[in-house]
Every structure is written in structure tokens, then in C-alpha cells.
Design a protein around this ligand. Structure first.
Ligand SMILES: [Zn+2]
Length: 634
């Protein structure tokens, strides 16, 4: 069987190892993968039935889908497809899920000619492709095709893979060179078509993807109130300097563009996306790796416009960013892409889901000013509006997106090339590539030590490359030849290996203070605390109700002491530090000459940001104001 993974380029610097080759057996990600299988996937399945979004397919198949009977938003079909994709990966990695049932329901709703969407084209509904701006028909196909590819990669041809291929063929006819010269308002189908090309070898899928990438930016879509930048139709991606507009759309388009560039040898297109990634990471990305600073248009903001309380940081944008970084890593072999993927996985993707796997954030701000009320978990909630994770939302793109990502996470960990094996993310498990088998043992990110044991190997020498994250500054590498210091990038151990050989990488996960570029006005005068790849935050539930988190000050020379916090999980580390509070006097006007507030001694507890809001409604902040320095009395 071939490699089983979400992104399998035919060429590039690195060849991904699949989730059949990288097994996560426990620890931080292994436990989350098990929770995803046991809790999140069945939870999403339940809600798709409960809300009628799955029922739409039943009704479509029986010609009973009068408009008043259809449930959900115009893109609700895609949630069924993303759940199908999650189930396909779960089955491919050896688990169980009722995918056959779902696939049969989906396939039965497909029309002759391959068209498939429960929102359009039936008596009483708007005609097919009559609202490409907002209708999401091609976006939905993209998710159907990705689900089909996941199934094909697992070695199965069934009703789902057949439906995906028929939909793709339909799109190539309908939107090809002699078809409609049109675009979907939401990119997504581009990367799906390239992956279907990779999975089947059918070149017209790649041609169609390239056509869609090149067609965008030509003002094909209408000039809406938010401007054509909202759906990246203002400037061709080849000419753009930085990601802009709706964050998920921009990042999905960039994924498709990288895929097209890699498969067609279009180095200029690849370089254009790398340039935009650099500009976006330099000035439009949060400490957590989150992207998208504006609620308006769910969009990237201007450079350095990174508010904490109003941060949008949609979970889907984080998933999309990880997908993009992985593609750029495979294309270039550069560690910086794996660095951002790690930051985003630990601090946004992990934060998006509750500890029980059944509630989800849509937005992931870095400050919560009001605790709000406990959410009733028996009903869906409006999006992006509470301090607690919701079980489901009217717009519920994020839970299924996280489910498919976590189910396929083994496919984002390691690669191989002609010289050996590269480990980009550290998670307990096993890695196999050809004649070589490794065991990775680690309690990362709580502990910085990663042990790699060679279980099986060929006689010829090969190289083991271990990523040292930029945040580490320096790490200690212990090999059979001895110990040495290594810097950020890839630490490479080249030798003739024997079964039983061990390598140990020690990453310095002691807590550290982090500053921000002063141009990020929202956090000027503040510091954050990180520990290894984890961003920390202060949460009100750890403090006396009298301590207002907006009144704390920290002294960065203060000691940060570690202690276990079993209430949030085994191995979880909390941090304590002295932090005086200054409660400003409320005079009915929050401005004036210098504050006369008195500082009172106090202590602050910091917890990993990804674990906040698991102990009831809470206020929270990541960036902490630095105490004003003592006045200079000279
Ligand atoms: Zn989403």
C-alpha cells in the first residue's frame, strides 16, 4: 500500500511519511487523537443528524427537498464531507467509524452528471451556480473531494470515492476552459483537485486547479462592501505581497497555489506564496500562531493590527495555516514552516477543543474581558460570542475541521528524503520508513527531552534530522558519539546505525518572558510567558475574585516557579509569580493626568493557554502589563 496522508506531492524537498508510517501511541497528541476518535467524531455525527444537515442528503435523494425543508446554512453539506474525511483517516489509521453509512447517504443525493449540493437546483430552489459568490457549491465539492481522497489513500474505492470523482469530472466540464469563466467565493476546491490528481494521476484535475488559481484576482466576483479582497479576487496571487481578506479563504487559496506550483514546476508561484507567508508571519500573526485579527470580514488586519480582546483567530484559519506550513515545508525543507505549524497546533488547534472533546471555540482571542455565563450544551450557539466553548454552532465549520486534522495528524509529523528521516514534530509513537523503524518516547511539551531509539535499520549509513525550534535558541543533542550543543534548524546525525542505538534531544522548556514588536500597539508595555512551544495565560478561576486580571502588573525580574496542575491533566505545568495589582480609581472618565493608583502586592498563576476555559466561565489574558518602573529621583 502507498503512503496514507493528506498531502502527497509528486516532487519536493521532502517526502511525507503517512499516518500508516507515523503512529501516535500516547502523550499530548496521541491522547488527543484517541479523544477525537472516541468523543469528537461521534459528537459531530450526532449534531449533523440533530440539526438535519445530514438529513438534507436523505431528502435530496428522495426528491423531497422543498426549500422550507432544508436545514442549515448554504455550506452545511461541507460539514458532512469533513466528518466523512475525519472518519476516513480514522479508519485508515486502524480505527472504526460508521463511514459506509454516511457515504451511501451522500452518494444517493448526487444527480446524473455529477452535480451534488442540497441547496440548489431543485424545484423551488435557486438554480445551480446562480450564486457563486455566496453559494459555496465549489467549496463543498472541495471538501467532498478531500474526503474521497482520504478514502482512496486508505486503499478503498466505494460510493464516496465514486461521488468525489464524478463531482470533480463535472467541475472540469462545467468550469473548464470552454465552460463558465467563473469562481467560487470561497477557495478550497483548488487544493482538493490537485490532491485528486495526485491520488488518481488524472491530469485534468490539476489543469482545472491551475485554472482556478489563475482566474482568481481578475475581478470575476462582484465588488462587495468588504471589497473583492474578501475573497482574494482583487489581486492575482502571483502579485500579492501579504495575505489579506477573509483569513480561511486566503490560506486555503495559498494551499492550492502551492500544490499547483509544486506539481507544475512553477517556481515563481511558489516564491510568491513564500513571500506572502513571510510578510504575514512578520506582521499579521499572533503569538499563538493565530491568524485573522478582524471580526469584520473574518479577515487579516493591517500590519501590526493584532488586538487581543477582539482577535478573531478562527480555528479553521489555524487549521488552514498548518496545512499551508506543511506544504511549504515539504516543498522547501525549511524548519521555519514546521516551527509555525508547531506553535499553531499547540496554541490554537489544541485550544479550540474542550478537554472532553465535545465543545469548540470558533474564535480564539488572547484576552477575555468578561467571563459570561455557562453555556447550555444542549443547543447550538451563535458563533464567536462567548467565553466558553460551544457544543455546536449555527456555523460549525471548525469542529469537523479539527476532527479531520487530528485524525490525520500522524501525516504532519515526519518526512524522508534520499538521505534519511526528518522529525519535525515531537510526539510519542513509532516512525517507519523503508527498512528503518524508530520509537519516539517523550512527555513533550511538558518535558523537553525526546528519546529516539532505532528499532530496525539497513546497514548503509543514513541521517536522522531533528528539528530544533527557533524558540529553543539552543538544545543538547546526545548521540552514540557523544553530546553536543545544537542551534535552531535541523540537527543532523549521520552514521551507520544499529538496532538499539539511541539519540536524545534535550530542548530547554524552562519558562521564558516574551516581548512584542513595539509596533503591535495592542501589547505595548506588556510581556507574555512561554514555556517550550506553549503560550501561557492568566485565568480568573485561579485567582481571588477580588483580583481583576486587567489590573495586574508583572515585574519581569520576578521568579517564575513551576508546579503541577493535575486538575487540567497529567503532566500539566502551571507557573506562579508575584504580581502586584493596581486598581485605578474610577472617576467616571478613564483619562487624565498620571494615575494615582496604589499598587497592592499579589500573586499570579499562569496556565497553558490551550487549557483555558475548561473550568467554567472565566476571564483570561495572555499579554501581561509590566509594572511601571520606580520614578527616577535624580
Ligand atoms: Zn471554522
Amino acid at each position: 500500500m502507498g503512503t496514507i496522508g493528506p498531502v502527497l506531492p509528486t516532487t519536493g524537498a521532502l517526502r511525507p511519511l503517512g499516518l500508516d508510517q507515523v503512529r501516535l501511541t500516547g502523550g499530548f497528541w496521541g491522547e488527543r487523537q484517541q479523544r477525537n476518535a472516541k468523543a469528537t467524531i461521534p459528537h459531530a455525527h450526532h449534531w449533523l443528524e440533530q440539526t438535519g444537515w445530514l438529513g438534507n442528503f436523505h431528502l435530496a435523494a428522495t426528491d423531497d427537498l422543498a426549500p422550507h425543508r432544508r436545514r442549515g446554512r448554504e455550506f452545511s453539506d461541507s460539514e458532512v464531507y469533513k466528518l466523512a474525511e475525519a472518519m476516513a483517516w480514522e479508519i485508515a489509521r486502524g480505527g472504526n467509524a460508521p463511514l459506509d453509512e454516511l457515504s451511501t447517504v451522500v452518494a444517493a443525493a448526487q444527480e446524473p452528471g455529477g452535480y451534488l449540493n442540497t441547496m440548489f437546483g431543485r424545484p423551488g430552489q435557486a438554480p445551480r451556480y446562480s450564486d457563486l459568490t455566496w453559494g459555496h457549491e465549489l467549496y463543498c465539492y472541495g471538501h467532498l473531494i478531500q474526503a474521497g481522497v482520504a478514502r482512496l489513500r486508505g486503499g478503498v474505492r466505494d460510493a464516496l470515492t465514486n461521488a468525489a470523482v464524478r463531482a470533480a469530472d463535472h467541475v472540469c466540464v462545467e468550469f473548464g476552459p470552454s465552460g463558465r469563466q467563473a469562481l467560487c467565493g470561497h477557495p478550497e476546491i483548488e487544493m482538493a483537485l490537485v490532491e485528486l490528481y495526485r491520488a488518481t494521476g488524472t491530469a485534468r484535475y490539476l489543469d482545472q486547479a491551475r485554472l482556478f488559481v489563475d482566474r482568481r484576482g481578475q475581478a470575476t466576483l462582484p465588488d462587495i462592501e468588504l471589497g473583492r479582497a474578501y475573497f482574494q479576487d482583487d489581486i492575482p496571487i502571483r502579485e500579492r505581497g501579504v495575505f489579506a481578506g477573509h483569513a480561511v479563504r486566503a490560506l486555503y487559496l495559498a494551499c492550492g497555489a502551492v500544490d499547483v506550483a509544486v506539481e507544475t514546476g512553477d517556481d515563481k508561484l511558489l516564491a510568491a506564496v513564500v513571500r506572502q507567508w513571510e510578510a504575514t508571519v512578520a506582521a499579521r500573526t499572533y503569538l499563538t500562531g493565530g491568524m485573522g485579527s478582524r471580526h469584520e470580514g473574518e479577515a487579516f488586519g493591517d500590519d501590526y493590527e493584532l488586538p487581543n480582546d477582539r482577535a478573531y483567530i478562527e480555528t479553521c484559519a489555524a487549521v488552514a495555516s498548518v496545512m499551508l506550513s506543511w506544504r511549504l515545508l515539504l516543498a522547501t525543507g525549511e524548519a521555519r514552516f514546521a516551527d509555525l505549524a508547531e506553535r499553531t497546533l499547540f496554541n490554537v488547534v489544541a485550544a479550540s477543543t474542550s478537554l472532553d472533546g465535545r465543545a469548540f471555540f470558533y474564535a480564539n482571542p488572547l484576552q477575555q474581558r468578561s467571563a459570561g455565563e455557562a453555556l447550555d450544551r444542549s443547543r447550538p450557539w451563535p458563533r464567536a460570542s462567548s467565553s466558553e466553548r460551544a457544543p455546536w454552532r449555527d456555523v460549525s465549520c471548525c469542529p469537523t475541521n479539527v476532527a479531520r486534522t487530528i485524525a490525520s495528524l500522524g501525516g504532519y509529523v515526519a518526512t524522508a528524503d534520499g538521505g534519511g528521516i526528518q522529525l519535525h514534530q515531537y510526539a510519542g509513537g513509532t516512525v517507519t520508513s523503508g527498512d528503518t523503524a524508530l520509537t519516539v518516547a517523550t512527555a513533550y511539551p511538558w518535558n523537553g527531552t525526546v528519546r529516539i531509539r532505532v528499532d530496525r535499520t539497513a546497514d548503509a549509513p543514513w541521517s536522522l534530522s531533528l528539528r530544533v525550534p527557533a524558540w529553543a535558541g539552543e538544545a543538547m543533542l546526545v548521540t552514540p558519539e557523544g553530546a553536543k550543543r545544537v542551534g535552531p534548524g535541523y540537527a543532523v546525525v549521520s552514521r551507520a546505525w544499529c538496532a538499539g542505538d539511541q539519540v536524545r534531544l534535550k530542548l530547554p522548556v524552562a519558562p521564558r518572558w516574551t516581548d512584542a514588536d513595539p509596533r503591535i500597539d495592542a501589547v505595548r508595555g506588556c510581556v507574555a510567558v512561554e514555556r517550550g512551544p506553549l503560550v501561557y495565560c492568566a485565568e480568573s478561576v485561579d485567582h481571588d475574585p477580588a483580583v481583576a486580571l486587567d489590573a495586574v502588573n508583572v515585574d519581569r525580574s520576578a521568579p517564575l516557579s513551576e508546579r503541577p496542575l493535575p486538575a487540567l491533566g497529567r503532566d500539566v505545568v502551571a507557573l506562579d509569580l508575584p504580581a502586584p495589582t493596581t486598581s485605578a480609581a474610577g472617576n467616571g472618565w478613564p483619562y487624565g493626568s498620571s494615575s494615582t493608583a496604589e499598587a497592592e502586592p499579589g500573586n499570579l498563576t499562569l496556565v497553558p493557554y490551550h487549557l483555558w476555559a475548561n473550568r467554567g466561565p472565566a476571564t483570561m489574558r495572555v499579554w501581561l502589563p509590566v509594572a511601571p518602573s520606580t520614578p527616577d529621583r535624580r
